[in-house]
Write a protein that binds this ligand. Structure first.
Ligand code: PHE
Length: 335
């Protein structure tokens, strides 16, 4: 009888699948109305001489069932935990989703590279408005209304007296009007000209420079711009000053640098001349000093201006200015 019971129990234990089945099985055998409980109760009806041995068998079986149920419970719990951990696990071997880094626009990079060089030479940084009075953009810079030099710049007029600044030179006038010499600053910013092709954009960037003090001469201009060129393009870069004309400087010069792409052997970019034009400059015209109330007999100075796009195009061998403003990530990612 108890051998049968033991076999049945083992079969049922074998086929258990989960913890709720185990709870039922425990009730079935060991509960108040369970099989073994009934067996124990029925012992009292046995004759006294059989009772002891029968009692021992039932108790042994009860202990066996209890310990096997406990063992099974422990292993079912362990399996359940393992399954849960597996289903909730994170695969740390998968590559993460990268957030993607932004980077500086090539024009901003070149702009801050240039600014850094002048800041190290003691220049401060000034700004002026992009929508500018005709007076500052032209007149006080010695470009009167009927002056032919206005033909040099295709101006966007907002009204008769207001323009989009065509260069950063009006910042010279604004700063000189509100400060007394000595002055030493650069003025970076956007400028506008009605012109568009692969080397001209209606909006582009310039950096202006101005230095005013007693006894400033053309030698100072040459030293400062030579230092700039050597730091920007390399210490072995050739520099050349060519006579030129700007109404607000006298004398004026264009500054060329030896073509660093072909080492002056002649290439497509320098148009086989070996030279690249990078800057306009000159001694501030005494008429401009007078316009802002400086005494030209006491003070003198130099000014220079350069286009950032042009310098960036040379530096990175970019042949179309529009690439800077298309915002094509494939282009921008290269810098
Ligand atoms: N403003 C001039 C231009 O836009 C550049 C320049 C600045 C020349 C200062 C001389 C001195 O072409």
């Amino acid at each position: 009888m108890s051998a049968d019971l033991s076999n049945t129990f083992h079969d049922e234990l074998q086929s258990l699948k989960d913890l709720s089945g185990l709870v039922q099985l425990r009730v079935k055998y060991l509960g108040k109305k369970g099989i073994l409980t009934a067996e124990l109760k029925s012992l009292s009806s046995l004759p006294a001489e059989e009772r002891k041995a029968a009692g021992k068998r039932v108790n042994d079986l009860k202990n066996l069932i209890e310990s096997e149920l406990d063992a099974k419970e422990a292993s079912l719990k362990a399996e359940a935990l393992k399954a849960q951990l597996l289903s909730e696990s994170i695969d740390i071997s998968l590559p993460g989703k990268s957030a993607g880094f932004g980077r500086q626009h090539p024009l901003s990079r070149v702009m801050s590279e240039i600014a850094d060089i002048f800041v190290k030479m003691g220049f401060s940084i000034e700004e002026g408005p992009e929508v500018e009075l005709d007076k500052y953009n032209f007149e006080l810079l010695n470009i009167p209304k009927d002056h032919p030099a206005r033909d040099m710049q295709d101006t966007f007029y907002v009204s008769d007296e207001i323009v989009l600044r065509t260069h950063t030179s009006p910042v010279q006038v604004r700063v000189m009007q509100r400060q007394k010499p000595p002055l030493r600053f650069i003025a970076p910013g956007r400028v506008y000209r009605c012109d568009a092709d692969i080397t001209h954009s209606p909006m582009f960037h310039q950096i202006e420079g101005l230095m005013i003090d007693r006894d400033i001469t053309f030698s100072n201009l040459k030293a400062v711009l030579r230092t700039f060129v050597h730091q920007m393009f390399g210490a072995d870069t050739a520099v050349r000053f060519r006579p030129s004309f700007f109404p607000f400087t006298e004398p004026s010069a264009e500054i060329d640098i030896g073509c660093f792409l072909c080492k002056q052997a002649g290439c497509r970019v320098c148009k086989s001349t070996g030279w690249l034009e990078v800057l306009g400059a000159g001694m501030v015209n005494p008429a401009v000093l007078e316009n802002v109330g400086y005494d030209p007999d006491e003070y003198s100075g130099f000014a220079f201006g350069m286009g950032i796009e042009r310098i960036a195009m040379l530096k990175y061998a970019i042949d179309d200015i529009r690439l800077f403003f298309d915002n094509d990530a494939r282009f921008l990612r290269q810098f």
